[in-house]
Design a protein around this ligand. Structure first.
Ligand SMILES: *Cc1c(COP(=O)(O)O)cnc(C)c1O
Length: 371
């Protein structure tokens, strides 16, 4: 089966194989693995030793996002969220339920937020202490670029939290050049092509140190994760980790480096996207985004107008042809989405396009323009 979803992604057999063992996370044979992972992901984030620290947390992307919001936005602080997609909606809910004051900057999920919009929102409300953006919005496929937004946040003297869960490893992040970023967040199971189970924050040490006592939760306190590392060492976890997923992640990071790191991964995903986007258009389907706003991670496609089309039967027909896509959509209008990330190649995408054509024919979908 070819998994074309934006996480958990298709992985390499060597990566999955590393999970087939029993491991004690505190064992002296395993601690160097964990410590090395922390250094490797800090390097991918463009972080610097002594300035940035990798602070992992057990669990999914929502958990690390909640931890970052609780840790960096103090209880009296105010968080501006560029609300241009369904993952931004999720960040808004996490922040609200953590009791933080939240200001939404609503925008369409068909284009990135602009530096001007962020600057205006910050000028209008001096009480805003932090800004959160979703790097790649997994609900539609747009990219909010920290290279564009970061300078606006920095100029206004505020702090930036970057949800890079579906972008990190493919789209570049350069923390050393962005002192306004408190933390970049990501997980083991998306563009770094590991198995799910661990969230990561690569965070500024000065911000983390200043954040002691903010979280209001022991489990979700990244400053406590940092303090624990100082006490017990960088190879030590506070609580039981998904240790097999960590072992697999080390293999995935080795594959990442051997492939050529971030530029090579982005180039492969871009080519996956090009083949897929051209292919679905040739089948008569309409992409949701303009080409200029199309990121490399997921392709969102309008559901066809033909009454013979329905999402679940389409997903089933595709699955029967060896391709699995999401059976839900995150846009207001009916769409479906296809992931271009994971251990997949442009040839896989050519196969996927053929499968999509076959599934549409099998369902008798002739009117393929947007519903
Ligand atoms: C996947 C994702 C998350 C987290 O999702 P989980 O299901 O909690 O792992 C957060 N933000 C973005 C942009 C994502 O793509």
């Amino acid at each position: 089966m070819l998994l074309l979803i934006p996480g958990p992604v298709q992985t390499r057999p060597e990566t999955r194989a590393a999970m087939a063992q029993d491991i004690a996370p505190w064992d002296n044979d395993f601690r160097p693995t964990y410590a090395a992972i922390r250094e490797q992901v800090r390097a991918i984030a463009g972080g610097q030793e002594g300035v940035h620290a990798t602070l992992p947390l057990q669990g999914c992307g929502h958990f690390i996002m909640e931890a970052a919001i609780r840790t960096f936005v103090p209880a009296g602080g105010k968080l501006l969220i560029a609300q241009n997609g369904s993952y931004a909606d999720r960040a808004l809910r996490l922040a609200t339920e953590a009791g933080r004051q939240v200001v939404a900057l609503p925008g369409p999920d068909t284009r990135p937020v602009t530096a001007e919009e962020i600057s205006a929102a910050l000028a209008a409300d001096p009480a805003i202490s932090h800004v959160a953006i979703v790097h790649h919005e997994t609900g539609s496929g747009i990219v909010n670029d920290p290279e564009v937004i970061g300078p606006a946040v920095r100029a206004a003297g505020r702090r930036l939290i970057l949800d890079s869960v579906s972008a990190f490893g493919a789209l570049p992040v350069d923390l050393a050049a962005h002192p306004e970023i408190d933390a970049v967040l990501f997980t083991s199971g998306k563009c770094l092509e590991g198995l799910p189970g661990i969230g990561f924050a690569v965070a500024r040490i000065d911000s983390v140190t200043a954040a002691a006592g903010n979280a209001g939760s022991w489990s979700f306190d990244l400053s406590d994760v940092y303090q624990h590392a100082l006490r017990a060492g960088w190879g030590s976890f506070r609580f039981t980790p998904a240790v097999q997923a960590l072992a697999a992640f080390q293999v995935a990071l080795g594959i990442y480096a051997a492939e050529g790191g971030q530029p090579a991964r982005l180039a492969r995903y871009r080519e996956n996207m090009r083949v897929l986007r051209d292919g679905v258009q040739a089948l008569g389907l309409t992409p949701y985004l303009d080409a200029r706003h199309q990121g490399p991670v997921i392709l969102t496609v309008h559901q066809p107008a033909d009454p013979a089309f329905a999402l679940q039967p389409f997903v089933d027909a595709l699955k029967a042809r060896g391709v699995l896509i999401s059976n839900f959509h995150n846009t207001k209008v009916p769409t479906f989405r296809i992931g271009c990330i994971g251990a997949i190649t442009p040839d896989d995408m050519r196969g996927a396009v053929a499968a999509i054509g076959g599934a549409l024919d099998a369902l008798g979908v002739r009117q393929r323009e947007a519903a």
